[in-house]
Design a binder for this molecule. Structure first.
Ligand code: AHG
Ligand code: MN
Ligand code: MN
Length: 337
């Protein structure tokens, strides 16, 4: 079968995109290629999850006390492996590892970037064939090139991200990444094993129909959030303004849908967990960066997520992200005393 040469692969696209920057050394496109390779390997395992002994629990809990699935560990090892052996990454931070890993070898110490990731997001959905994903965030190091990366490289506010992205292993597999010039999506073409540009220049519609929140915690949410949820429910049915509720429980899939179709995703703090569940560095910051580059908004209810100064690798934050007009309406509720 002839391959349609009008469709750019991920590698072709990134090389072309970064050629526009005179200072580009090719390290960032190489880093994105490495992540694309890990995503393809994870995708293969996700697709045969029911056939091999990869479903179920690994038998431990991670640093956040959550049950670890075998695929969490597989995905973590794939991401760590490609980044360690690539030429662009000096160290990593992962949901599945207590502390950052500084690669500290001759090549890595010369690398410009560090990468933070959630290797498998939505892992509670693995065993039941529901979409899951990978989320990543890339920073330029602040430490001296030629020396090992330091903790400070990882604890930068989200507004310093150079690139961020995610992969959804869903009905098809899509990799979306954002840089300062915009957001683009690449669907994995299984016939050639390449991510191919399918969603050029993604812009989030200014409003939409979807609101995504875990209703199970409704009575634990702050009163302002409860009021907003009531307002979502109160939109008059069968009018263009009516909303519908969608919550998959895999943030990658929920936010991806809302980014493409228009919508709002919320993971508020609760009475028991005032900072909510989602992790700032490798869940919220990458999505906040992607959202803003696509014309959407992301806050923690009080401030722009990207302006939060992180203090630790696994810190959590309440998270609200979505279409501009929907977020502005939410903000009018959150401002109320
Ligand atoms: P992870 O699988 O990486 O721990 O993340 C799961 C997250 C996120 O994807 C999802 O939106 C949220 O947890 C769902 O949590 P609740 O079941 O508390 O709503
Ligand atoms: Mn996650
Ligand atoms: Mn995870």
């Amino acid at each position: 079968m002839a391959i349609d040469r009008r469709i750019l692969t991920l590698d072709e696209f990134t090389i072309q995109q970064f050629r526009g920057f005179p200072q580009a050394t090719g390290e960032l496109s190489s880093l994105l290629r490495d992540i694309g390779l890990a995503a393809k390997r994870i995708n293969v395992e996700v697709n045969k999850a029911g056939l091999v002994d990869i479903l179920g629990d690994y038998g431990t809990t991670n640093v956040q006390g959550e049950e670890v699935k075998k695929l969490d560990i597989f995905a973590n090892n794939q991401m760590m492996g490609v980044l360690r052996h690539g030429i662009s990454c000096a160290g990593i931070g992962s949901e599945e590892m207590e502390d950052v890993v500084i690669f500290d070898d001759e090549t890595s110490n010369k690398s410009k970037y560090v990468c933070l990731f959630d290797p498998l997001d939505g892992s509670a959905n693995i065993d039941v064939n529901v979409s899951i994903g990978t989320i990543f965030s890339i920073y330029k190091r602040v430490s001296e090139l030629g020396k090992p990366a330091t903790k400070e490289d990882f604890l930068q506010p989200g507004n310093k991200q150079v690139a961020a992205g995610y992969v959804v292993y869903g009905s098809s597999t899509i990799l979306v990444y954002a840089t300062k010039v915009g957001v683009n999506g690449f669907t994995l073409d299984p016939s050639i094993g390449e991510f191919s540009l399918s969603h050029p220049d993604i812009k989030c519609p200014p409003t939409g129909k979807f609101y995504s929140v875990n209703h199970g915690f409704f009575f634990q949410y702050p009163k302002q959030v409860q009021d907003y949820i009531h307002a979502c429910q109160g939109k008059v049915l069968d009018t263009p303004e009516s909303y519908t509720q969608r919550y998959i429980g895999s943030m990658v899939a929920d936010v991806h849908r809302n980014l493409i179709k228009g919508g709002i995703f919320m993971y508020p703090g609760t009475a028991k967990k005032p900072n909510g569940k989602l992790r700032l560095l490798y869940e919220c910051n990458p999505f906040a960066f992607i959202a803003e580059k696509a014309g959407a908004i992301a806050t923690n209810g009080k401030q722009r997520v990207l302006d939060i100064q992180p203090t630790s690798l696994h810190e959590r934050t309440p998270f609200y992200v979505g279409s501009k007009l929907m977020m502005e309406e939410l903000e009018t509720y959150l401002k109320q005393a």
